[in-house]
Design a protein around this ligand. Sequence first.
Ligand code: GLU
Length: 580
Amino acid sequence: MNDYKKIADLLYPNITKTPEDWEKQYPARNLPEGTEITRFAPSPTGYMHIGHFFGANLDYRIAKSTPNGQFLFRLEDTDKKREIVGSDIVALKTLAYYGIVPDEGFTIDRTNNGKYGPYRQSDRTEIYQTYAKKLVAEGKAFPCFCEKPEGKQEVLENREQQLTEGKQVVEKDPCRKLTLSEIEANLKAGKKFCIRLKSNGKEGDKVKVNDVVRGVREVGANCKDVVLIKDNGIPPYAFAHAVDDHLMRTTTVVRGEEWISTWPQHVEIFEALGFTPLKYIHTPVLCKIGENGNKRKISKSKDPEADMRFYIQAGLPQEAVTEYLLNIMNSNFEDWRAKNPDANVNDFPFSAKKIGTSSPFFDIVKLEDVSKNIISKMTAEEVYSRTLDWAEEFNYDFEEESKVRLGADYKAPSVNPAEFAMVLKTNKEFAIKTFSIDRGTAKPRKDIAKWSEVPTYFNYMFGYFNPTSLSDYDYDFTKITPEVANEFIFDYSKVYSSADEKDVWFNKIKEVAERHGFATDNKLYKANPENYVGNTADACTLIRLAITGRTNSPDLFSICAVLGDNLVQQKIQKFIDVLI
Ligand code: GLU
């Protein structure tokens, strides 16, 4: 028996399994050629970041675009110092909210679903140590007894650039020379050890790395004796990734571009282990336009939209977020959507090759436009039930919470969601009629982007518009004075009837308007505007103001019809009260 083998046995006397045992336990999946096995592998360090969610969506789409493709969820909880209890569940719940249910993996009840588990890294120590033991036995890795071994690893600034420039850090650890008897003595003295890779890299060595999207690059090879197993027996990312993705039979690794810099390490670890290299896609960082107009990363500390809870709490429909992400993920999505306006997003022929490499802009305004379009196509019943679901779910002190969670700039709804949920429930028929206005037509109104806007948007329908002064009305009373407005609206209130058909209703407006000096013939008005107080549109605006408080609203006739005589008269009376 050579010394390496003896050292391996000394270090890991309790590891009795061999890599072959694990290979047998987790056999190749035997799937059709081209089938993709992807995995989302978050570290449980807090809420889910939009960038991670972007990656998870990619994983999911890639797997689902191939026959029998599998999408796995693996919990990478090896860094116990950074762990935030509960974030595993947050990640799974967030995925589920967006309809992404892993085929295999760690589950919401903290068990394992699938034959390639356990899927939580802290439950896989024996597996990692088996492979570390094998590398030690082959002389490809060695124990290091130095204190704070990880502290010896230099932290590289701007790694990506260094990698591009081919700069390498050569770091051969002195512990690689330890003899069997020295190791034995250290172990007897109770010294802790980590396991390091005995890197074969020499300065100037190059290695080819191939990213499915970015293409092949030649970069500086790894020249560092990197840590494979920390002194607590647990591997850092590089080694865990190699062992897990090999044994789980992953085909494509989708991960953030921050991993590009350490990629050569992964290449050398895969080589040492004799594993077949995998396909990689490194996702770009999502950016936004910063305060100074420059492009910058979406930041956890500055941007509420970095946190996936933002979208859920604001009530942005899942479909909108998914669709928007596809928009920025695949350059041909927009064209496809234009040609297939009503198709299900899952029918989109997703292609990993069409993912961009430059940091995409995550534009919340565009996302809201996508959302408005999607909501405009929903039925009134759907708008009702989804608004109600949102209002019931966020029935805490929304305003306070939203400031904390969504950022100070976020305009919280003026209405408490819990209260609004009650209003919706007790006025179901009325609410559905309200949501039916300008909906179900060839050109539905695209006005609502998120459920949290509904109470404020329809405040005048649900009793939340209670003006006490003229300034509560969104109108500049200089063109039409309060006196003229008052006389007109008072007269109009006498003729309004909710029983009128639309043309009768409109003719009545014109009649009253004419009596009060408004032009009902727009040509005449345009020729001599000074002869009139305004035109029919101005008269309608006054009625719209009385009813909604605004100059712009969904169809006024329908609004009045849904409100009915009493409410219309009450609103006109309130308007009159503040006008005089
Ligand atoms: N736990 C790693 C992360 O959250 C996973 C990287 C990977 O997907 O390989 O960044």
